[in-house]
Design a protein around this ligand. Structure first.
Ligand code: HEC
Length: 147
């Protein structure tokens, strides 16, 4: 018990320090961030916002799927369809709202308005990218469900 809590106390400031350093490197304005969102945070955001179309396990078989003009993507196949690499940058921008396409050109809504303005640094293609925490959690969750 004592050992675990001591480790917890030691680990947190270190992780936070690393986050703040990375964030400072990104935009020069470090903001206090408590915890990096992980797949558990992503899973609950997914259950609330995405599962109705993509299904509980992300396979594209949610209750709303049948009513849509296009079948929701099977989210367990993102890596497979990308030659085995998890397409983090593409996934991120598609969920947030694809800047290259009008949202009218696609069935899936944009989620930028469901995300907070505070940003956490997420490593995407080797570059720390300031990312809304909800999106950071989602990326971790989606990566964890790849076949
Ligand atoms: C209204 C139904 C609906 C909801 C809600 C929805 N999606 Fe989608 N999603 C789709 C459809 C349909 C597609 C197929 C492409 C298109 O028409 O937009 C898709 C495509 C995708 C893709 C594939 C993009 C690519 O690279 O081809 C990802 C990733 C994705 N959705 C993630 C999510 C996540 C994460 C959420 C929740 C934050 C979500 N979707 C919510 C319907 C939905």
């Amino acid at each position: 018990m004592i050992r675990t809590s001591t480790l917890g106390i030691l680990a947190k400031p270190t992780a936070l320090g690393a986050l703040l350093l990375a964030l400072a490197a990104c935009n020069g304005v470090p903001k206090p961030i408590q915890v990096m969102p992980d797949r558990t945070d992503g899973a609950s955001f997914f259950a609330q916002n995405c599962a109705s179309c993509h299904g509980d396990s992300g396979r594209g078989d949610g209750p709303r799927a049948k009513t849509l003009p296009q079948r929701p993507t099977d989210l367990t196949q993102l890596s497979t369809r990308n030659g085995g690499d998890y397409p983090a940058a593409r996934t991120l921008s598609y969920i947030y709202g694809d800047p290259e396409k009008s949202h009218l050109a696609r069935v899936m809504p944009e989620f930028s308005s469901a995300m907070s303005d505070e940003l956490v640094p997420v490593e995407i293609d080797g570059v720390f990218t300031p990312t809304p925490p909800q999106l950071a959690g989602l990326l971790a969750y989606l990566e964890s469900i790849q076949d």
